[in-house]
Design a protein around this ligand. Structure first.
Ligand SMILES: Cc1cc2nc3c(=O)[nH]c(=O)nc-3n(C[C@H](O)[C@H](O)[C@H](O)COP(=O)(O)O)c2cc1C
Length: 228
């Protein structure tokens, strides 16, 4: 005997269509999320550590940083090591984890440049603590890949850019001279395909790991005595 399916009423047909469209849209959203995660999901360590002697005779320094792809975490650790070798006590923390900075004699903040400004973790840190930072020694290091091809050092125009987008917003804070302009790493796979064209047009033709521990050490040794 031939079985026939009961005809769907208009209401049920409409419901069936909505369920199908919702299922399709959910699958597309999941696929988009998976693609987005793989583009941005490089493994890196959200790094926190302390070094140096912890007693009242030693000056205490906080290194507060933010990162998206790990270069700034790596560089924060190297800076911390050099400051500890130079007799300071150092806590390295993610900027958005720090609530109280009153115990520190000096603060070093570090952020990579993303779209001509700092990452939100460091911007919010500066905003939250600006009144306290006004009375402390404050140094800053800035990670980018706008490097001079011959020296491998970051172009000083990055400093002008960050002065206008970040430092000028916190006139109460005096940043120790020199600001650390340090190269990081940058891979085209970390940005959306359409952005690659824009990046190439603005001179970011190269990608790769441009980090240089010698530049990091040189800057940290320069600022160590200024933090005491
Ligand atoms: C989406 C994106 C935007 C960026 N924007 C800038 C920029 O405006 N200026 C610049 O000098 N570097 C820019 N960079 C380079 C980053 O500063 C560099 O990759 C840095 O090493 C990233 O630090 P992180 O690994 O700690 O996240 C950008 C990188 C990415 C992925």
């Amino acid at each position: 005997m031939k079985k026939t399916l009961p005809a769907l009423s208009f209401k049920n047909y409409f419901r069936y269509k909505i369920i199908r469209v919702s299922l399709f849209a959910s699958c597309m959203l999941l696929l988009a999320a998976a693609g987005f995660t793989s583009a941005w999901g490089e493994n890196y360590t959200l790094f926190e550590k302390s070094c140096g002697t912890d007693n009242s005779t030693v000056k205490k320094v906080l290194i507060a940083y933010d990162t998206k792809h790990g270069s700034t975490a790596h560089i924060a650790e190297k800076i911390g090591d050099v400051l500890c070798e130079n007799g300071l006590r150092v806590d390295i923390r993610l900027a958005y984890h720090v609530d109280d900075i009153s115990a520190y004699d000096a603060v070093v903040i570090g952020s990579p440049v993303y779209y001509s400004t700092f990452l939100p973790g460091t911007l919010k840190f500066l905003d939250r603590h600006k009144a306290t930072l006004a009375n402390k020694k404050v140094a800053a290091f800035v990670i980018s890949v706008s490097v001079d091809k011959t020296t491998g050092k970051v172009n000083t125009n990055v400093l002008n850019m960050i002065t206008s987008t970040v430092f000028s917003k916190f006139p109460e804070i005096t940043f120790i001279d020199p600001v650390g302009l340090l190269p990081g790493k940058f891979y085209f796979k970390e940005i959306f395909p359409v952005e690659i064209i824009g990046f190439k047009l603005s001179g970011f033709a190269e990608s790769g790991n441009l980090m240089n521990d010698d530049f990091v050490r040189a800057w940290a040794e320069q600022i160590a005595p200024l933090l005491k």
